[in-house]
Every structure is written in C-alpha cells, then in structure tokens.
Design a protein around this ligand. Structure first.
Ligand SMILES: [Zn+2]
Length: 79
C-alpha cells in the first residue's frame, strides 16, 4: 500500500459523463476513486497500489477492480 495521498499532488476532475462500469477507460491520465473508501489509484499504476478496502488493486500497468460499479473515473493533473 502506497501511503501517499494523491489529492495533495493532483487536482482530480470526474469524467463526465461517467463511463459505464463495464467499460472503464484505462491509461496514465485516468484515476479511479473507490466509492467505498475514497481511495484513489491510477488506472495504469507502475508500482503496486491499492485502496484501503481492496476494491482497487493495481501493479505493473494493470488495475483489478473488484466492483466496477463502486468506482468514479477521474482525470488527474499535477497541481
Ligand atoms: Zn476502496
């Protein structure tokens, strides 16, 4: 678990309209916010990262989403 609060580094904007749960976009510009624990994980994480509750877990450029319906897709830009 990466102990970094990405909100301190990035400004996140939800993607509108939100993509369907079965077609979540993936890429360096997209971040997923877990709606259960508010954790944020990049959709193509280069290092191991996961949210506190485990809904989002990624590593080596891939993310595994346990419950895609509990995800908000956002773009992130450095502040
Ligand atoms: Zn979570």
């Amino acid at each position: 678990m990466l102990g970094i609060d990405l909100r301190k580094i990035y400004r996140f904007v939800p993607v509108e309209p939100q993509p369907a749960a079965d077609r979540l976009p993936a890429g360096a510009m997209y971040y997923y916010e877990c709606l259960d624990c508010q954790g944020i994980v990049n959709s193509a994480p280069h290092v191991a990262a996961k949210c506190v509750c485990g809904n989002l877990a990624g590593n080596a450029g891939k993310i595994v989403v346990r419950d895609p319906a509990r995800v908000r897709v956002m773009t992130g830009r450095l502040k």
